[in-house]
Write a protein of this length. Structure first.
Length: 271
């Protein structure tokens, strides 16, 4: 077997977690990432029949039965992932209709997956129903997006339009918009279900006064989605109290969409 610490999926996971911490998105043990893997990705590095232990997930996810995920651990600090991946990350296989996670590697100190695993797996299932190439769910606490939820209307269309108007690239990067949920108790199946429902129509879901969920085909795309939305929110927070003399108009956003071959979310631009 090859050393799993050299596996491309693990190396990129470590880099991403480290970068997220460096951006200030994941203070203390805030935030979590899950990466969907194929068995072929895993088999060269692990004996997939050797289960370290089984951990109840606390919910059903029948459509994900048998699938493999690399997941950050509960209570783990993103700043420490680069120094001890085996303690801070775990590779699991979902079994028993989603009720059980078989640990194949990691959580070496006896820990387990993030408490947000239900929200992650529900979001994975939702995004896979839309796009079979979806592989990543990422949750973090970017300061400007969080701040924006205190001072901006939480209507999804209004919130999306404001972000689109902040940076020329925004409508190109996330033409499907940003869905917004009101404050909800985190770490519950209820917020997981609500997030998964929103994931059917957008790859970004803001949790008001908390943070954001992003989904994508790989770690780079998902990181980039959140990074772009956070930059837009930063610009908004810098100008929110100033008179706005200029903006990106709806006609200009249509020009961008045509030029880059994307389709803005229906009804989000004025007629």
């Amino acid at each position: 077997m090859k050393n799993i610490l050299n596996a491309p999926f693990l190396v990129e996971m470590v880099r991403t977690a480290t970068n997220m911490y460096s951006h200030g998105w994941d203070e203390r043990n805030g935030g979590n990432i899950s990466l969907l893997l194929n068995e072929a990705d895993v088999a060269g590095y692990l004996d997939v029949n050797s289960v370290i232990r089984e951990i109840p997930t606390g919910f059903d996810a029948p459509t994900l039965d048998g699938k493999y995920f690399l997941v950050t651990g509960t209570g783990k600090y993103f700043k420490n992932v680069q120094y001890d991946p085996a303690q801070n990350l775990g590779l699991i296989r979902v079994t028993n209709g989603g009720k059980t996670a078989q640990l194949l590697w990691g959580y070496s100190d006896g820990g387990k997956f993030t408490s947000e695993l239900p929200a992650h797996l529900m979001s994975h299932a939702a995004r896979l129903a839309v796009n079979l190439d979806s592989r990543v769910v990422m949750h973090c606490h970017p300061a400007n997006l969080l701040a924006m939820t205190y001072v901006h209307d939480l209507d999804t269309r209004a919130f999306t339009r404001t972000l689109w108007q902040m940076c020329t690239e925004c409508i190109v990067v996330f033409p499907d918009g940003v869905n917004v949920l009101p404050w909800m108790l985190c770490g519950t199946n209820e917020i997981g279900e609500a997030t998964a429902q929103q994931m059917h129509t957008a790859r970004l879901v803001v949790w008001a006064q908390h943070g954001i969920y992003g989904a994508g085909k790989d770690l780079d795309e998902t990181f980039g989605l959140i990074e772009t939305a956070e930059k837009a929110a930063e610009i908004y927070m810098k100008i929110a109290l100033l008179p706005r003399l200029n903006t990106i108009t709806d006609d200009q956003m249509r020009q961008l969409a045509r030029h880059f071959g994307v389709t803005p979310r229906e009804g989000f631009l004025s007629e």
